[in-house]
Design a protein around this ligand. Structure first.
Ligand code: HEC
Length: 336
């Protein structure tokens, strides 16, 4: 449920800058291929992919990661394909074992593509691929950013940790005790119920593994553990941010003398009977977590749809915890 809401809210960002124009020369439309051209490129992609995908789905040579990657890095890249001129196209030369640069053929080992095609085991013949180049319309790539490209980025696991410590008024001391292992300084988790998470690469190094696993669930990478950071909004990220935000909001509210969340003098006992005080906190949290100056309507909505129902379920403290974690699980917090 939470996940669906998230994507619905995120989608409008993608169309926000949709009004891109393209001033190329006539007939050199740069708005991307027509549906017919896309279909012809897709057929070539599908015919080549089984022979190429093994080495070209990721990294700088990720030509076969998607049809868009294939089009922008190969099809409409004059260094690889010269529209109308198969013999001048390095792609064709590579497929036929006549490459003129560092490599003679693709795939780099075994028979080149043309030979595999000659044996009849590919979806297109070499002659059909040559004909595709002969009939290819040239397209300048659009100098403007793609309207489909991601424009917003999720906070990394490290950023989630730093932002939460700062915004909730928590530090490593709330989660760990100093320790030492073979004379190397470590930090040992006081209690895993607090849902600590930390990078394996942090100094002092974490003694237990659970905080490190939680960090990985948030998409954090680690050089010594040979794990790549994962910037996607995965189910494990959402599950972990939900648990962590609720637990840490509770820790922050219960922490003696902590004024990060509730201004000095305010109390987590103050419920909706004193609506003005609660709304003042909600207004402050809009600024604090989302850097947004909330309208009265925003504040009223969070008050009546988040705070009040949670208070009715249990008590005011419960409502503050839930409202605090609502702000943290919100797309305005997760993305920038
Ligand atoms: C076994 C791994 C492997 C396979 C399979 C493979 N390639 Fe490559 N390809 C490479 C490597 C390695 C390079 C060079 C990368 C570099 O220079 O960084 C390369 C480079 C290329 C280049 C750039 C060459 C240049 O000089 O600009 C093209 C184009 C290419 N491959 C197309 C293909 C196509 C099309 C297929 C399938 C028919 C294919 N590759 C299959 C490993 C592979």
């Amino acid at each position: 449920m939470r996940k669906r809401v998230l994507f619905k809210i995120v989608a409008p960002f993608a169309v926000a800058l949709a009004a891109a124009s393209c001033e190329g020369d006539e007939g050199n439309t740069c708005g991307g291929p027509t549906p017919e051209e896309r279909a012809r490129n897709q057929a070539v992609f599908d015919a080549l992919a089984p022979s190429c995908q093994g080495c070209h789905v990721t990294g700088a040579r990720g030509y076969f990661a998607s049809i868009e990657a294939f089009e922008s890095l190969v099809v409409y890249n004059p260094a690889e394909v010269v529209p109308g001129k198969p013999d001048a196209s390095e792609l064709i030369r590579l497929l036929e074992g006549k490459g003129t640069r560092a490599f003679k053929q693709m795939p780099i080992a075994g028979p080149p593509f043309a030979e595999i095609a000659a044996s009849g085991s590919t979806k297109m013949t070499m002659a059909q691929i040559r004909a595709w180049v002969t009939n290819l319309e040239s397209r300048a790539s659009d100098p403007l950013p793609s309207i489909e490209a991601h424009r917003i980025t999720r906070l990394s696991a490290e950023e989630v940790g730093r932002a939460l410590y700062q915004q909730l008024g928590l530090t490593d001391d709330d989660f760990y005790l100093p320790a030492s292992s073979y004379g190397i300084p470590h930090k040992t988790s006081q209690n895993d119920d607090r849902y600590p998470f930390t990078s394996a690469d942090s100094i002092p190094a974490p003694y237990e593994n659970l905080p490190v696993e939680r960090f990985a669930a948030l998409g954090g990478g680690s050089a010594p553990n040979q794990m790549k950071a994962d910037g996607s909004v995965s189910p494990s990220f959402l599950g972990t941010i939900t648990q962590v935000s609720q637990r840490w909001c509770a820790l922050a509210l219960d922490k003696a003398g902590n004024t990060a969340l509730l201004p000095a003098g305010a109390s987590a006992q103050t419920g909706s009977a004193d609506a003005a005080s609660v709304k003042a906190v909600i207004r402050f949290w809009y600024l604090h977590f989302h850097a947004v100056a909330a309208t009265d309507a925003d504040v009223d909505r969070v008050f009546s749809t988040v705070f009040v129902p949670l208070e009715m379920e249990k008590d005011a403290r419960n409502a503050y915890i839930g409202t605090c974690s609502y702000f943290i699980r919100h797309p305005d917090w997760i993305f920038y």
